[in-house]
Design a protein around this ligand. Sequence first.
Ligand code: CAA
Length: 273
Amino acid sequence: MGLGFFTFSPGLSGMENYQTISVAVDGPVATVRLNRPDALNALNSVLVRELVGALDALEADDSVRCVVLAGSDRAFCAGADVKEMSTLSMDDISKADHLSPVWERAGRFEKPLVAALSGYALGGGLELAMCCDVIVASEGTKLGQPEINIGIIPGGGGTQRLPRAVGRYRATEMILTGAMVTAEEAKSMGLVNRVVPPGKYLEEATKIAVEIASKSPVAVRAAKKAIAASQEVGLSQGLESNLMLFYGLFATEDKKEGMSAFLEKRKPSFKGK
Ligand code: CAA
């Protein structure tokens, strides 16, 4: 699957018209790239609206099984747009609610999201990456929650997702000092899955997405849901919900196909049913 052979999915008409993102679909893998180079892909209200719309469309398109979310070599995303936020009062930000839909939408996206980071993943940008299921980063990528440096705190879930990912004390240090960590440090904390040479982050993330896309979509969706529960509920409730999802898969054609293919020593052909 070559990145040079992107085609637009017929189900995603109008996607070419985005101003702040690009969307390309190659078979079962879609790649969404943040594209505000002049602002290091900072999240402004237009980008939020476009990204939410793209995720809606990709979730509804049954041919798409996994999504890679990337920025550019220079920056995955430098956070919320400080210029846009600078004039907002408390009333404005809480009423306009122009930022939170992006983390909310990405956080409840039903298909796997693979984040491909390079350059900077800061503030709301790191929070967006933490809405993803797998995180790949280029060597030297800087990750952080620098909001404290501009007199605010993370607004997109960083105070909740970061401690769950790296533990309370590491998260507290990052959030209270605003210091950035490198991709290598982030990997050692469990915040990044793989660190790859510069220029390889998109390729590596796509490789993982292709692998995930080859599995049964119903089983993948159930696994993602069960894992999400592990971050939100206690162990016994999580185990119970896992069991329900596990039992449910025994009613699917993909389960029948997967097990038959194993016994017949052939590759399964999953239909997502
Ligand atoms: N919002 C708006 N514009 C931004 C931006 C942001 N978050 N981050 C960078 N930019 C803009 C810069 O203003 C600059 O624009 P101009 O050329 O017009 O001046 C351009 O992108 C390039 O940035 P720099 O010149 O600063 O590039 P650099 O390589 O010297 O530094 C950086 C890179 C360390 C990432 C630095 O840009 C920086 O510190 N950015 C801000 C990071 C930040 O504070 N993020 C948190 C935002 S708040 C947030 O996200 C809240 C939340 O949780 C919801």
